[in-house]
Design a protein around this ligand. Structure first.
Ligand code: PMP
Length: 766
């Protein structure tokens, strides 16, 4: 909006309000004017962009509501125009705007008094609790606005971290923004209302040690109601020697007027951190625009000091201290300590199961793309492709809970869920893939797929790809070079298993990403069959290779491989356990990126968003070969609860547009990672499709010597920066990125920024 000059503003006042007097500009975020009338009456004149007219009407409505609630404090009041309207249009050479005149609320601002006392803090909470109770009566009809200080969208400022010159401060800010981002998926479920949204030290008036007034409803907006308290805390705790003790007074006062829920208390600290983050990130950005504009920087240093102090306590501890006066304990349910759990786990769980990270994590909660540890710290999950549509997605949880409370039985009764799910799943696949079998894991699905192939061909031998993992049963360990060639493995393939090279265009025997390379790798299937001289039942492969090192096969690979396999009478099985369900972005299934149709498709992991499920889909012909009289039955496979979950997952992928999202965010993510190659020689290759990404670290780009130790160090460093990922590939030097599909562009940008820093800080292998 173009800011009208003093003369224009004076003309506007005279024309619409019949007022003339001493008009001056007020300092602050927005351009406002103060009007002194002879005789002592004072007013504030404000303008808003015409497109924001609805917000001005809303401001009027909210102020009227607050007056009606009798809060016992001074509040602004709209002065009506000569024609009896709350606002008037301004049209000048510099554009049009909507103006409004408010009665000046006398008093001293909190900032001017500098007063800090327990009584005042409690009173502040009380006033805001009363206000929010009053405003909750205003329904959310009509357009709802957002603006730069909207606390639910603090993440939009994350990119400004780059304007912060101090490295330590940048790291701190990545962490605070991450804590905020972690609770965003939780906010929708909290009570919402209009809030004042800016109870800061310039908008609160103080008299006699109490709050005497609240001004400037210009930033009011629809938000989780608890945002009101979070904003107030971000100011109340500034400069306090024990900020959490002072904050607890505000919370107690608020709670007495508008009781807070445990869920609200849990998000409070991350929201406070979010507000402080926006303050300092905005200031850093604004300094690049005009470093002399003092009003932009009044809170900056104080906010930094507060962020530093708060960093010393974990979020759950902060929440507990802030809630001290409410009688609620948001940190309850932490359970046993990490040390004691580790000790007990060692005694009760088989030692062949490893634990991630040198400094193990105790994860107690998950939502969206975030996991939370026992200290309430948010971690961005970059590796759990199981929780495909986001951890604990409310629609999936609700579908499971509703069906679990209704019926859970086996597939020998008729049930709508089973048939509906089978139809829906088959509809995602090309013809002739149409017949489904349901089991409980990826392993079981691969086992069944091999049985189908053996029944159909009457043969037993299987071709598998080097580096592949397909499951943990005796049969599948033998078909998983990742295991039998790895630690503790036999070191050699059993006679019925033949290993073909991984189609790795970066470090494999054929290099490149063109069709010629794909065909060369595909021809290896022909050669392997010829070399053994034994009939082959199946060629089993992932469509994009995960354990083998996040490999995207070159074009033409599967087409060639399938042609040779089929020519030799084998069936083709594609394991989509890792990459299926839209992850690759361009297609719903990984094999579609290669333009082929397999005979059998194996599904797992994302299929149930964490609920144990697996499925095999094949052709009618193969399914009929399998029906030789021996019944196939899985007690839990395809039960009504699993099918309800599976249906909900398909619904969410469709309704939230997650495949297109994976394509868009994945491309941006890879672009950012690829850009890192220009600064970090250790990044040898960045590859992937959609949200299935690999970053290969090498000691030397020429020799491609794997930087295994550095990759491990990096993963551990990132864990301390709040990013969870792991390594894979035969040398464990490939960063494996396959996050829940709801990860945002802001998250991806953050990962790139943090990686940029941490790659720079890696110690070189000695
Ligand atoms: N296939 C692939 C490609 C896998 O990555 C895995 C598990 N990592 C499996 C099959 C086995 O699945 P599950 O652990 O559910 O048995």
């Amino acid at each position: 909006m173009a800011v009208p000059g003093l003369d224009t503003a004076a003309g506007f006042l005279a024309r619409h309000y019949g007022l003339t007097g001493d008009l001056t500009e007020l300092a602050g975020e927005n351009t406002n004017y103060r009007l002194f009338m002879p005789g002592g009456r004072r007013f504030v004149l404000k303008f808003a962009a015409t497109h924001d007219a609805a917000s001005v009407d809303r401001e009027f409505q909210l102020i009227e509501r607050a007056h009606a609630a009798g809060l016992g404090i001074g509040l602004p009041r709209f002065v009506t125009t000569i024609t009896g309207h709350a606002t008037a249009a301004l049209t000048s050479e510099s554009g049009s705007a909507r103006g409004r005149l408010l009665e000046y609320v006398p008093g001293t601002t909190w900032g001017e008094t500098g007063l800090r006392s327990r009584g005042l803090f409690r009173d502040l909470g009380r006033v805001l609790g009363g206000l929010d109770r009053a405003l909750s009566a205003v329904p959310a009809d009509g357009p709802l606005r957002t603006h730069a200080w909207d606390l639910t969208r603090a993440g939009q400022h994350r990119g400004k971290i780059r304007f912060v010159s101090d490295r330590h401060q940048r790291q701190l800010l990545e962490w605070t923004f991450l804590q905020h981002a972690g609770v965003v998926p939780l906010l929708d479920a909290l009570p919402h209302s209009f809030i004042h949204g800016d109870a800061n030290d310039e908008n609160l008036l103080i008299e006699g040690g109490r709050v005497s007034g609240l001004i400037d409803f210009g930033d009011a907006l629809w938000n989780p109601t608890v945002s009101e308290l979070a904003v107030a805390l971000a100011y109340a705790m500034l400069d306090e020697p024990d900020p959490l003790a002072s904050g607890a007074e505000v919370v107690a006062g608020y709670h007495a007027e508008r009781p807070l829920s445990l869920d609200e208390l849990r998000v409070l600290t991350p929201l406070v951190l979010g507000r402080l983050s926006v303050t300092v990130a905005t200031a850093a950005h604004r300094r690049t625009i005009d470093p002399t504009r003092a009003a932009w920087f009044v809170t900056e240093d104080r906010a930094w000091r507060l962020i530093e102090m708060l960093r010393a306590t974990d979020p759950a501890g902060m929440a507990a201290r802030l809630a001290a006066g409410t009688g609620l304990d948001p940190a309850a349910g932490r359970g046993a300590s990490v040390a004691s759990l580790l000790e007990r786990r060692r005694r009760s769980i088989g030692p062949s199961l490893s634990i991630a990270y040198q400094d193990p994590l105790k994860i107690v909660r998950g939502r969206g793309q975030f996991l939370f540890d026992d200290g309430g710290r948010a971690f961005l999950d970059l590796v759990n492709n199981v929780c495909h549509v986001g951890h604990c997605h409310p629609r999936v949880v609700a579908a499971a809970a509703a069906q679990l409370a209704t019926l859970n039985t086996n597939t020998r009764y008729l049930h709508d869920n089973l048939v509906e799910y089978a139809e829906r799943l088959a509809a995602t696949l090309p013809d002739p893939l149409e017949v489904c079998f349901f089991v409980n894991s990826g392993t079981e699905a691969n086992e069944l797929a091999l049985r189908l192939a053996m029944a159909h061909t009457g043969r037993r031998d299987v071709l598998v790809v080097d580096g592949a993992y397909h499951g943990h049963t005796a049969h599948l360990i033998a078909a998983s070079p990742y295991k039998f060639m790895g630690p503790g493995g036999s070191g050699a393939a059993e006679p019925w298993v033949r290993v073909v090279p991984a189609p790795d265009g970066y470090r494999g025997r054929h290099r490149g990403h063109d069709r010629e390379t794909g065909v060369a790798y595909g021809d290896a299937i022909r050669d392997a069959i010829a070399a053994s001289g034994r009939p082959v039942a199946a060629f089993l492969t992932e469509s994009l290779l995960s354990c083998a090192g996040q490999i995207v096969p070159p074009p033409g690979y599967l087409e060639t491989a399938f042609r040779h396999a089929r020519a030799a009478g084998a069936v083709t099985i594609v394991d989509e356990v890792q990459v299926g369900f839209g992850r690759v972005g361009t297609d719903f299934w990984g094999f579609e990126t290669q333009g082929v149709v397999p005979d059998i498709v194996v599904m797992g992991k994302p299929i149930g968003n964490g609920h144990p499920m697996g499925a095999v889909v094949t052709t009618r012909e193969i399914a009929e070969s399998f029906a030789n009289g021996m019944e196939f039955f899985s007690t839990f496979g395809g039960n009504p609860v699993s099918c309800a979950v599976g249906l909900a997952v398909l619904d969410v992928i469709r309704d939230e547009g997650l495949q297109a999202h994976a394509l868009e965010v994945g491309a941006r993510f890879r672009d950012g990672l690829t850009e890192l190659m220009s600064r970090h020689a250790i990044v040898g290759d960045v590859r992937g499709a959609g949200l299935f990404i690999g970053v290969e670290l090498v000691g030397d780009r020429q020799t491609r010597e794997p930087a295994t130790r550095e990759a491990d160090e990096l993963v551990n460093r990132l864990r301390h920066r709040g990013l969870l990922l792991s390594t894979d590939g035969p040398y464990h030097n490939v960063l494996k990125i396959k996050p829940p599909m709801v990860i945002t562009a802001e998250d991806a940008d953050m990962v790139v920024r943090v990686l940029d820093e941490e790659l720079g800080g890696l110690r070189r292998a000695g």
